[in-house]
Design a protein around this ligand. Structure first.
Ligand code: ZN
Ligand code: CA
Ligand code: ZN
Length: 486
């Protein structure tokens, strides 16, 4: 299942970015027994080697040049807010024995500062599960942990059922295909790689722990996952015990997982300003019109559906009644308001919309007519839908999407669809066909559709089906407004 991990990991570790944080392990000793000085020293040496970049000789022994060891102890003590004495006192050893994340607390590569994904929609997939919890419980705890970050940032996480997601989530024990074997019960609980290709973003949980959904026994999967996903998004450990990025395990109140610092850090990393010039404002000057806040709609309402969705330039437009949300592909903020605020000519709702990249043109359909939007301008008057060669009885469509690879625009109506050849400008022969024949798994009336890369996203009620156009099957399901960061 995870055959690609090892080569990807080797590639990443040796060639790419050493800042794909080097997670390691520390043996959590059977508490009291390790109080004798020699094993304390061994524990401390392992700990500092793994989390504070203490150099050891090839046999794994520390270079007992005193200074370096004591200064690493001080670093660690400073990190955890202990008295920075450099001596292994009981407070220090207690922290060293606490179950924790496997990612180091210090970075030995300064250039990794601010590693981030260059996109706002990230995919994830759960590969190997734990047997500690039912699969459905794991799925929902993982989803909740992603939602913690989605709510704070406007990042969107889309669950796939394939092995090619940005963030692969796995439960594993001991050696598991990367260079960071787990260590049995306690000690290291989990680790995650920072953003990047291959193993980048991948998140591993030590399956020798007892994972739970509760607070009393074992380790709470939601809390640990939220921490690890912070790393998968590019965040480092925090010294603030209130931060979810604090390195040792603590059972926090799940309703209040992120500190203000966490929210600020994730938004600093994925701030809209980082994406460069403000494409939308530059190209859609209507956006600068003031909005009446009374008109704002709740994009996170659980029953929200869309009438039409389309790419338009580097943004995605979501239409609902006479309202519009605009999400720039590389920015986390969402513009919204009545459609007429953005496109004064349009006083109606939009039933369907599609985008043809090579023409830089979007087509917005309302009942039996459509507008062409090019650059920032609606060109001319609305034209008749019959332009596309529909039979006379077709008076409206539910959804439309252009597939770049085939040069076809697909129009969906109830349980059937048409295929229009944009190159030859004719309707393809043999249509309409049944949607269920060619899009297995998409069995209800389609409200909206748009395509991105090799996928068509079908909005059906409150759900979105991610359909792989090459494989011809659904590879993921999400809620519709997860696209708006809910
Ligand atoms: Zn961590
Ligand atoms: Ca462990
Ligand atoms: Zn691992």
């Amino acid at each position: 299942m995870r055959v690609t991990l090892l080569p990807a990991c080797v590639l990443v570790l040796l060639v790419l970015d050493p800042g794909l944080t080097a997670p390691t392990l520390t043996p959590e000793e059977e508490s009291a027994r390790s109080l004798e000085p020699q094993s304390d020293l061994q524990l401390a040496t392992n700990y500092l080697h793994q989390f504070y970049n203490l150099q050891t000789d090839p046999l794994g022994r520390m270079r007992r040049s005193g200074l370096s060891f004591a200064s690493k102890v001080k670093d660690m003590q400073t990190f955890f807010g202990l008295n920075a004495t450099g001596a292994l006192d009981s407070d220090t050893l207690e922290v060293m024995r606490s179950p924790r994340c496997g990612v180091p607390d210090v970075e030995d590569y300064s250039h990794t500062q601010g590693t981030r994904w260059n996109k706002n929609v990230l995919t994830y997939s759960v590969g190997r599960y734990t047997r500690d919890l039912p699969r459905s419980a794991v799925d929902s705890l993982i989803q909740s942990a992603f939602n913690v970050w989605a709510r704070a940032s406007g990042l969107t996480f889309v669950r796939l059922r394939t092995n090619s997601a940005d963030i692969m989530v796995e439960f594993a024990t001991n050696a598991h295909g990367d260079f960071y074997p787990f260590d049995g019960p306690r000690g290291t609980l989990a680790h995650a790689f920072g953003p990047g290709l291959g193993a980048g973003g991948d998140t591993h949980f030590d399956d020798d722990e007892r994972w739970t959904a509760g607070e009393k026994t074992g380790f709470n999967l939601f809390v640990v996952a939220a921490h690890e996903f912070g790393h998968a998004l590019g965040l480092k450990h925090s010294r603030n015990p209130a931060s979810v990025m604090y390195p040792t395990y603590k059972m926090s109140r799940p309703s209040n997982l992120l500190s203000r610092e966490d929210v600020a850090n994730i938004n600093a990393l994925y701030s809209p300003l980082r994406a460069g010039t403000n494409y939308i404002l530059r190209n859609f000057p209507w956006l600068s019109r003031p909005l009446s806040s009374r008109l704002l709609q709740d994009r996170c309402a659980p029953d929200l559906t869309f009438d039409a969705v389309t790419t338009l330039g580097r943004a995605t437009f979501f239409f609902r009644d006479r309202y519009l949300w605009i999400k720039h592909n590389e920015q986390s903020d969402i513009k919204e308001g009545p459609i007429s605020n953005f496109m004064p000519k349009i006083k109606t709702s939009i039933d369907a919309a599609f985008w043809i990249p090579r023409r830089s043109a979007a087509y917005l359909i309302h009942e039996s007519s459509f507008w062409t939007v090019k650059g920032s301008v609606i060109k001319g008057k609305a034209r008749a839908l019959s332009f596309f060669g529909f039979p006379a009885w077709v008076r409206e469509v539910d959804a439309a999407v252009h597939v770049v690879k085939t040069g076809r625009t697909l129009f969906f109506m109830q349980n059937m669809y048409w295929s229009y050849n944009e190159n030859r400008k004719v309707m393809d022969f043999g249509y309409p066909k049944y949607i269920s024949e060619d899009f297995p798994g998409v069995n209800a009336t389609i409200n909206a559709a748009f395509s991105k890369e090799n996928f068509i996203y079908f909005f059906v009620g409150q759900q979105v089906y991610k359909f792989d156009y090459s494989l011809k099957h659904v590879v993921g399901v999400e809620t519709a407004n997860s696209w708006l960061g809910c």
